[in-house]
Design a protein around this ligand. Structure first.
Ligand code: ZN
Length: 92
């Protein structure tokens, strides 16, 4: 499934087209649903993980992405479907 958060194959934060990795916004048990519904973004590998400034070390960024994912998902489907699939409300 294509990402519903971005159209171009480029880093979500820097627009770099090199060293891209896919970040699944809804992790753990929801990772496969995250793929299925396009709730992922491309990020440059150093911004993805393994550095001090990477999003995996930034709870605030991880939460912002979940909020954005929920917004985009609900525009396409519905709030009810979000709650059914992902169980938790990240908005408000
Ligand atoms: Zn990731």
């Amino acid at each position: 499934m294509k990402s519903i958060l971005q159209n171009e194959k480029e880093c979500f934060y820097t627009e770099s087209k090199f060293n891209l990795e896919k970040h699944h916004i809804m992790p753990g048990a929801f990772r496969s649903k995250s793929e299925k519904f396009g709730l992922w973004i491309y990020v440059r590998c150093d911004i993805h993980r393994g550095t001090e400034y990477s999003i995996h070390n930034d709870e605030e960024k991880l939460t912002q992405l979940k909020q954005l994912a929920q917004e985009k998902f609900e525009m396409k489907y519905s709030h009810e479907k979000w709650m059914q699939e992902f169980k938790k409300n990240y908005l408000n």
